[in-house]
Design a protein around this ligand. Structure first.
Ligand code: F6P
Length: 341
C-alpha cells in the first residue's frame, strides 16, 4: 500500500507532527510506503511528488510550517482537475491520500472522495473553525502567542495611559480573539460573529481610563461594526474566493482617538501567530490525529475526517464539514462580558 500525504491552505504549527506520526506508524506498524505531494493540491495537479520515509520525518516534531509546503490552490479552478489528480496518483502508484487542511482543503477532499479518490482528512487551522472537531491543532499555539503579546502590551499601554488595539487572525470566527482576549485580560473583545457598536467600544474604553487602567482592545481581523463592513487589505481573491483581511485594528484606533480624545495605538499580530514551534498540546493533538488517520487508511475507511470529541479521536464523514464554519457560540461570548469596560 502506498499512501500520499499533502498539506493545504494556510500553514499552522503542528503540520509536521502529523506528517511524522502518519509516516512513523504507517511504516513501522503497517509496512506502508509514503510519498508527499508538494504544496497542497498544486502538487496533485502538477505531479510534484517527493519520497517520504522515516529519515525525512526525523527531527520535525517541534518544527513549525510544513516540510511538504502548502498553497491555497483550488484544483476545481483548473481544467480537468479530477482527472489530473487521479493521473498523478496513478503515476506514482498511490492507493490512498491523507489530506491535512482547513475547510477549503477539506472541501476539495470531500468532493474528490465522492469522485472515487481514496482519502482521509485531518483538520488543521489556527482559526479553530473546522466544524465537527472540538479543536484543531495550531490554535493553541496561536492563542499562546497572542496572549503573550497582550501581556506585553498591557505594560506599555499603562506606562503611556493609552489604548492598545491588538488585531488577531480569524476571518469568519473569533476563537483566537476570544481565547487570547480572555487569557490576556482584555477590556474589549471583538469577534466576527458579533457585529460591534463603536459607541459601546468607546464607552468601555473611557470606563477603563476612569479607573486608571489602560484599555486593551482585542479584535479579530474579521470583526465588523454594526454600521459598516469588513475592512479588507485589498480586493484580490484567492482561488477559494477569500479576500485578504486586515485593517480593523487601525480603524478602531483612529475611531477611539477621534471619539474619546485619547491616545490609541494598534498592533497587528499577523503571521507571527502561524509561525514557529507548536505548543505541547498542538504536538499531542497533531500526533494523535496522524495516528488515527493512518489507522483509517489501514481500515480502508475512506471519505472520513479524524476529529477530537472530548478526549477521544473519532472519525466523521468528510462531507459533514463542508461549507460549514464552526463559529463562536453567542452564549460563550456573553459569559465574558463582565470583563468588558
Ligand atoms: O485560514 C487561516 C488564516 O490564518 C486566516 O485567519 C487569515 O485570514 C488567513 O489565514 C491569512 O492567510 P494567508 O496569509 O495565507 O493569505
Amino acid at each position: 500500500m502506498k499512501v500520499g500525504v499533502l498539506t493545504g491552505g494556510g500553514d499552522c504549527p503542528g503540520l509536521n507532527a502529523v506528517i511524522r506520526s502518519v509516516v512513523r506508524k504507517g511504516i513501522q506498524e503497517y509496512g506502508f510506503d509514503f510519498v508527499g505531494l508538494r504544496d497542497g493540491w498544486l502538487g496533485a495537479l502538477q505531479g510534484d511528488v517527493v519520497p517520504l520515509d522515516i529519515s525525512s520525518v526525523r527531527g520535525i516534531l517541534p518544527r513549525g510550517g510544513t516540510i511538504l509546503g502548502s498553497s491555497r490552490t483550488n484544483p476545481f479552478k483548473h481544467e480537468d482537475a479530477v482527472q489530473r489528480v487521479k493521473d498523478t496518483l496513478a503515476a506514482h502508484q498511490v492507493d490512498a491520500l491523507i489530506v491535512i487542511g482547513g475547510e477549503d482543503t477539506l472541501g476539495v477532499a470531500a468532493n474528490l472522495s465522492q469522485q472515487g479518490v481514496n482519502l482521509v482528512g485531518v483538520p488543521k487551522t489556527i482559526d479553530n473553525d473546522v466544524s465537527g472537531t472540538d479543536y484543531t491543532f495550531g490554535f493553541d499555539t496561536a492563542v499562546g502567542i497572542a496572549t503573550e503579546a497582550i501581556d506585553r502590551l498591557h505594560t506599555t499601554a499603562e506606562s503611556h495611559m493609552r489604548t492598545l488595539v491588538v488585531e488577531v487572525m480569524g476571518r469568519h470566527s473569533g476563537w483566537i480573539a476570544l481565547h487570547a482576549g480572555v487569557a490576556g485580560g482584555a477590556n474589549v473583545i471583538l469577534i466576527p460573529e458579533r457585529p460591534f457598536d463603536i459607541d459601546q467600544v468607546c464607552a468601555w474604553v473611557k470606563n477603563r481610563f476612569k479607573i486608571h487602567y489602560a484599555p486593551i482592545v482585542v479584535a479579530a481581523e474579521g470583526a465588523v461594526p454594526i454600521e459598516g463592513q469588513m475592512i479588507l487589505k485589498d480586493r484580490t481573491l484567492d482561488e477559494f474566493g477569500h479576500v485578504r483581511l486586515s485593517g480593523i485594528g487601525e480603524w478602531l484606533a483612529q475611531e477611539i482617538e477621534e471619539r474619546t480624545g485619547t491616545d490609541a495605538r494598534t498592533t497587528v499580530l499577523g503571521h507571527v501567530q502561524r509561525g514557529g514551534t507548536p505548543s505541547a498540546f498542538d504536538r499531542w493533538l497533531a500526533t494523535r490525529f496522524g495516528l488515527h488517520a493512518v489507522d483509517a487508511v489501514k481500515d480502508g475507511d475512506y471519505g472520513k475526517l479524524v476529529a477530537l470529541r472530548g478526549t477521544r479521536i473519532i472519525r466523521i464523514p468528510l462531507d459533514g464539514t463542508r461549507a460549514k464554519t464552526k463559529l463562536v457560540d453567542p452564549s460563550l461570548y456573553d459569559e465574558f462580558e463582565v470583563f468588558f469596560g
